[in-house]
Write a new protein. Structure first.
Length: 138
């Protein structure tokens, strides 16, 4: 199964580090139950995800979310439906981006000592301004 998993990640053009990252999450649940995730029943998966969520209450929920995403990819790679393990839907935060004021950008430009840093700051601000302008109008 691990070889198929690696092959599918490679076919999609992902970097070898992606396989390392994805397989680490799959390995964690496999070691926890001493069985492949595809052999687990949905209740075991829910218990495992609940445990992860409880452990990450003081930290970010990133590890929990990535585990769900990696399990979804595994199911897809094995030709199984997402509902095979009854994986939860992950809500995406709908937050507006933080936009720096012109004064803040000007201060950044004034404190940058190297020309290349000033160029990067101006370029990034300019690109963000264009994206933000189109996001509002369109």
């Amino acid at each position: 199964m691990l070889q198929r998993f690696e092959r599918n990640i490679s076919i999609l053009g992902r970097a070898p580090r992606t396989f390392d990252n994805y397989s680490r999450h799959v390995a964690a649940i496999t070691l926890h139950f001493q069985r492949l995730p595809t052999e687990l029943d949905p209740e075991q998966v829910r218990d495992y995800l609940y445990e992860l969520q409880q452990r990450s209450k003081t930290r970010s929920q990133t590890y929990f979310k990535h585990t769900v995403y990696r399990l979804r990819f595994l199911l897809k790679a094995e030709g199984l439906a997402y509902d095979h393990l009854h994986l939860p839907a992950i809500k995406r935060d709908k937050q507006l981006p933080v936009i720096l004021s012109r004064e803040e950008i000007w201060r950044m430009l004034k404190t940058a000592t190297l020309l290349k840093h000033k160029i990067w700051i101006g370029l990034l601000y300019g690109c963000g301004q264009v994206v933000w302008k189109y996001a509002i109008s369109g």
